[in-house]
Ligand binder design. Structure first.
Ligand SMILES: NC(=O)C1=CN([C@@H]2O[C@H](COP(=O)(O)OP(=O)(O)OC[C@H]3O[C@@H](n4cnc5c(N)ncnc54)[C@H](O)[C@@H]3O)[C@@H](O)[C@H]2O)C=CC1
Ligand SMILES: O=C(O)CCC(=O)C(=O)O
Length: 461
């Protein structure tokens, strides 16, 4: 486990070494504090959102000043780097790092002040900076190549990763995503976000994430089982899964079935002597020790996240809406596990879903789309396209006129190119970091509504 040790009075380094509980405890508090401040930043109604302190506003002697930063972060650095590489936006990891560094920059001076220690101010600052530096990095990343014999007889080698961003509290916690577009950097970024999400709500876990680079639609169930089980064995061999160390969960393209394969594999191998072996995953079927309500928990989390704002008269006045769900319209991007259950909960509370967008098309009905009817249709046809009680919608679901927008698919959907076209007054996302570059330089001036409910607040962890 990574511990923080003082390397002499002048600086701090992150090294694997013996535990110093006082400092580990401090790191945890700082982590939580940094996370809360980051949340506070993101929670500002974006129209009134302030830019991060720069130059003379930056904490004295801290990480500010002329765009310079003790944490090695420069405002706009990643945007420039992406542009240089010919990309229209930075990747998820640089974005997460940028947001994180920005939050830390804002928090640093206060954290130094709060540090109860008789040490000289300079030393305290170095201590805080060292801890913040540590928080930014992923502690451990496992990269595996999984050879799989396809049903056709040919062999394929599949890439997979598990990142443990922080082990300041164990177990680490985070999902397993199957996606053709996932990369090691995405996995690291999502693991970091898991740490922050847990810290913000004081859930005692470190953050983790796994990605397997496949499009599951191109594999048979037998092939997927082989891949999942083999990936689990590789994680088990290296300490990247276990009830007390690292607990996996569903994410995009994974669910109860994959979790039960993982739990079963773990309990038959490394965990065979452990009565709690099945606790190496959450989100498993009830018959395997899962809990009631987990499947819909992500959607429920979103509901409660939105509730905090939609029922608040002050916030609703700010965006020109009346408080309460009844009569509100919403649009949903992504009709998977999260999208479906969010839609169900909001519908039950009296809101009306007017548009649903998926990878293969969107549908619209100004009088409302019923979640159960759409779920049944998707079960039968494997798509929402062609749903008879709605019209096909050619535009972007993110830009549909409505009161609440719910991006519940993948990251980086709201960008500086489309933010100004978003018509919803309230946006509450489940996907981690749904915004792309639009907000990377501060608030999102082009988005006219209010940005409520950062994803981690809505999480069911
Ligand atoms: N399942 C869970 O327990 C949790 C999920 N999340 C997050 O919620 C989000 C959704 O995850 P799940 O619902 O679990 O995945 P899922 O795989 O059940 O559903 C995702 C849906 O989004 C659709 N989709 C993907 N890209 C899209 C695009 N560009 N436009 C429109 N639709 C698109 C997919 O076709 C799929 O139907 C992810 O960002 C995930 O990280 C977060 C915490 C827990
Ligand atoms: O429940 C978990 O551990 C994973 C949750 C998750 O995937 C997320 O918050 O993005």
């Amino acid at each position: 486990m990574q511990r923080l040790l003082g390397a002499g009075p002048r600086h701090w380094e992150a090294v694997g070494a013996a535990r110093r509980s006082g400092r580990a405890g401090l790191r945890l508090r700082l982590l939580a504090e940094a996370g809360r401040r980051k949340a506070a930043l993101l929670w500002q109604p974006v129209n009134g959102g302030g830019a991060p302190p720069t130059g003379s506003d930056a904490p004295e002697g801290g990480s500010g000043g002329k765009g310079g930063c003790a944490l090695g972060w420069r405002r706009g650095k990643h945007v420039a780097a992406a542009a240089q590489a010919g990309l229209d936006a930075p990747g998820l990891l640089p974005m997460v790092e940028t947001f994180c560094a920005r939050a830390m920059r804002v928090a640093e001076a206060d954290l130094v002040q709060q540090l109860r220690s008789a040490r000289p101010a300079k030393e305290k600052r170095q201590w805080v900076q060292g801890i913040l530096e540590t928080i930014q990095r992923c502690s451990h990343v496992l990269e595996v190549s999984i050879p799989v014999k396809r049903d056709s007889g040919h062999w394929e080698v599949i890439e997979g990763w598990r990142a443990q961003h922080s082990q300041h509290l164990l177990p680490c916690k985070g999902g397993v995503r199957f996606s053709e577009s996932i990369s090691i950097d995405d996995v690291k970024a999502l693991a970091a976000l898991m740490t922050y999400k847990c810290a913000v709500v004081d859930v005692p876990f470190g953050g983790a994430m796994a990605g397997v680079k496949i499009d599951p639609k191109k594999y048979s169930e037998g092939e997927l089982e082989k891949i999942t089980r083999q990936f689990t064995v590789e994680m088990a061999k290296k300490g990247f899964i276990g009830p007390g160390t690292d607990v996996a969960a569903p994410d995009i393209n994974t669910g109860e079935k994959e979790m039960s394969w993982i739990a079963d594999t773990y309990s038959r191998t490394l965990g065979y002597k452990d009565i709690n072996a099945h606790a190496c995953v959450t989100g498993k079927p009830i018959s395997q020790g899962g809990i009631h309500g987990r499947v819909s928990a992500t959607g429920r989390g979103l509901l409660h996240g939105i509730e905090n704002y939609i029922n608040n008269t002050l916030y609703m006045n700010l965006v020109g809406l009346s408080p309460g769900f009844p009569g509100k319209t919403f649009a949903l991007q992504g009709f998977g596990n999260t999208g479906l259950h969010t839609m169900r909960y909001l519908h039950r509370h009296g809101a009306c879903c007017v548009c649903v967008g998926e990878v293969d098309g969107a549908i619209y009905n100004s009088s409302g789309i019923h979640p159960k009817e759409l779920q049944d249709y998707k079960m039968e046809h494997g798509t929402i396209v062609g749903f008879p009680k709605a019209e096909p919608y050619e535009g972007s679901v993110l830009e549909v006129p409505c009161d609440i927008l719910i991006p519940a698919a993948i990251e980086k959907q709201l960008t500086k190119e489309n933010a100004h076209r978003v018509q919803a007054k309230v946006r509450s996302a489940k996907n981690a970091l749904p915004c792309r570059r639009a907000r990377i330089n501060g608030s999102c001036p082009r988005y006219r509504g209010a940005e409520f409910g950062p994803p981690y607040i809505n999480d069911p962890v």
